[in-house]
Design a protein around this ligand. Structure first.
Ligand code: IPE
Ligand code: IPE
Ligand code: MG
Length: 246
């Protein structure tokens, strides 16, 4: 299936809502955390899969602003898992020439998480293959509000006029500054919603919802299938079919 992918028409930016860990665990009578632990293999698969193909950006929705409302036990387990995973994955990231970045309200993460993250970001900063971007304590509304505050401050201190706030200026004030908008958004777990993910950046993304796959079961062939579906979609960006250069 991989060989059917047109490498000249890859999505430049893939974003994933990695959903269904809890249900996956529950199905086998285990605690939700068991699902989170088994999600790591899927993260490795999607990252390697994107790196191998030559996808430029991969953003993974890892922990949302709203996820802070979960039971403390689950939050603690997730943060613990995050620290250990980041630490353990650095060699694999180096091997695959992957640069790690993060977006979100990072200050709200536990100290150990922040330091592990900062260290991994530093160690991989010169890799020029795939950019793996983790959305952590992130939400689309948060991102838009932060960007708005930044622009308002620039107007206040006289470095920007209100009329200069165009799409480009706004995009550059978002946490994803310098990263292309999302071409393909994959969501596992079957829920047909955005869950406050990258609201601005998803404006023209092709949505690929997997109804029968929970995140811990996600493997490279699922990624290939999603990309093939993407390549069969007609992205019109408001135009009519006949206007598109084939
Ligand atoms: C996604 O899986 C992981 C996170 C949100 C951190 P869930 O934990 O939401 O699993 P379900 O949706 O309850 O099955
Ligand atoms: C979205 O999943 C957040 C992440 C995958 C990190 P949720 O499970 O939190 O989404 P809702 O609550 O079902 O919308
Ligand atoms: Mg969920």
């Amino acid at each position: 299936m991989k060989e059917l992918i047109d490498l000249s028409n890859l999505p430049r930016h893939i974003a994933v809502i990695m959903d269904g860990n809890g249900r996956w665990a529950k199905k086998q009578g285990a605690a939700r955390v068991f699902g989170h632990r088994n999600a790591i293999k899927s993260v490795r698969e999607v990252t390697e899969g994107c790196a191998e193909l030559g996808v430029k950006y991969l953003t993974l929705y890892t922990f949302s602003t709203e996820n802070w409302s979960r039971p403390k036990l689950e939050i603690d387990a997730l943060m613990h898992l995050l620290v250990h995973t980041i630490r353990g994955e650095v060699p694999t990231l180096m091997e695959n020439n992957v640069r790690l970045t993060a977006i979100g309200n990072i200050e709200t993460l536990p100290k150990e998480c922040r330091s592990e993250l900062a260290e991994a970001v530093r160690l991989t900063e010169n890799n020029d293959g795939l950019n793996l971007n983790l959305a952590l304590s992130y939400s689309g509304k948060w991102d838009i509000l932060e960007a708005t505050k930044k622009l308002a401050r620039d107007v206040q201190n006289g470095t920007l006029t209100p009329d200069q706030i165009n799409e480009e200026a706004f995009a550059n004030a978002l946490a994803t500054e310098g990263i292309d908008e999302v071409d393909l958004m994959i969501r596992t777990g079957g829920d047909h919603r955005i869950s406050n993910f990258m609201l601005w950046q998803l404006a023209y993304a092709e949505l690929y919802i997997m109804n029968d796959v929970l995140w811990p079961d996600f493997r490279k062939p699922h990624l290939w299938e999603a990309i093939l579906t993407y390549q069969n979609r007609e992205r019109r960006f408001g135009k009519i079919s006949e206007q598109l250069v084939k």
